[in-house]
Design a protein around this ligand. Structure first.
Ligand code: AVI
Length: 341
């Protein structure tokens, strides 16, 4: 974990100890995968019989720009539907939250989604949590400048793995945390991964805290598929860009233009599966090996699970929450859940 900014203390603190002045030089690596665990992970997934890339690799700088563009597309209903639920139900949701509270923004990015909430809830503290600690520091600092009465803290942490920032929350009885996880990002984790993640969130709440989390709901298949295969090809560009990420990190020689973007709905698992399909036989050098992708062979790049309200409620139950409420839009396309430990 890397704590990078705290407006109350008015200081910057380095999280990891400074590097020693001179370190023994490691032996020259033979391939990027030897030196970089991300490259090793990519190579391992790509060299499997059924190739796959973890969706976190979709979000390099270019991928983030493309994802922002996706969020503005007509076909991509989740962002605007969530925004509308937040706008129309904000008072009702705020009424159901503890007061005062500390607002914990999971995957805060530029803090944009929390801005509208802070003036409606009794927030004494704001903790912006993101893996991109360097970037978040500036965003949290500017939020802190706008809300001098709220102690704003940036926390660099990967909340998808071994997440524990309880030492940053202080007395959760006196100041109950509200963990805010919007954007239906929980849907990018398979249920068997999502449940322990949710259980990890619950452990942060104390008796009076809450989890405010969004999930995309199951609906007409054509509507869901269109959201991941838009007419302008923005999602296709977002998907193909991950092959450039592979080339950069692993030294592979994918030609992204030779792979076709595909989004299909997997009924049994209730998820959109995003894939890159070889348009013709491809010979790709990956981590010192030659991988042949036959024509039509797919690399799976993302799953996006779509829940019924009951199924998402069951997930929260499995994670140990005692009860929850849900707010939705007039079509019932998207759910905002408030879960209680
Ligand atoms: C970030 N996440 C919730 C998006 C989704 O809908 O699963 C990622 C995305 N992939 C393609 N379009 C959007």
């Amino acid at each position: 974990m890397l704590i990078s900014f705290d407006n109350a203390a008015g200081r910057r603190a380095a999280a990891s100890p400074p590097a020693p002045a001179s370190r023994p030089r490691p032996a020259r690596p033979e391939s990027p995968a030897d030196a970089d665990p991300r490259a090793a992970e990519l190579c391992e997934g790509l060299l499997r019989r059924s190739a796959r890339i973890d969706p976190k690799f979709l979000y390099d700088a270019q991928g983030c720009v493309l994802f922002s563009a996706i969020c503005e597309l007509d076909e991509y209903y989740p962002t605007r539907t969530e925004r509308e639920i937040f706008r129309s139900q904000r008072e009702a949701i705020a009424q159901a939250l503890p007061d005062p509270l500390q607002w914990v923004d999971l995957g805060c990015g530029d803090c944009a989604k929390s801005r509208d909430w802070l003036s409606h809830v009794g927030a004494r503290r704001y903790l912006g949590v993101d893996i991109a600690a360097e970037w978040v520091t500036g965003a949290v600092a500017s939020l802190g400048a706008q809300h001098p009465g709220i102690e704003c803290v940036a926390v660099g942490a990967d909340f998808t793995a071994g997440f524990d920032i309880r030492d940053r929350l202080g007395d959760v009885q006196a100041l109950p945390p509200v963990l805010f996880y919007p954007g239906s990002s929980i849907g990018n984790f398979a249920p068997d991964v999502a449940v322990p993640m949710l259980a990890g969130f619950r452990r942060h709440l104390g008796p009076h805290g809450r989890l405010l989390i969004s999930a995309d709901l199951r609906k007409d298949t054509a509507v869901m598929k269109r959201a991941y295969a838009d007419a302008l090809g923005v999602t296709a560009a977002f998907n193909r860009n991950v092959l450039r990420v592979c080339n950069r990190l692993t030294g592979s020689d994918f030609r992204p233009e030779n792979f076709l973007h595909q989004a299909r709905f997997d009924e049994a698992r209730s998820c959109i599966e995003m894939r890159l399909v070889a348009g013709s036989r491809q010979f790709v050098r990956i981590g010192g090996q030659l991988r042949v992708f036959e024509e039509g062979e797919a690399i799976v790049t993302e799953h996006s699970y779509k829940y019924t309200p009951e199924r998402f409620g069951a997930l929260l139950d499995e994670a140990g929450f005692s009860s929850h409420r849900m707010w939705t839009d007039p079509h019932g396309w998207f759910g905002v859940f408030l879960a209680q430990p």
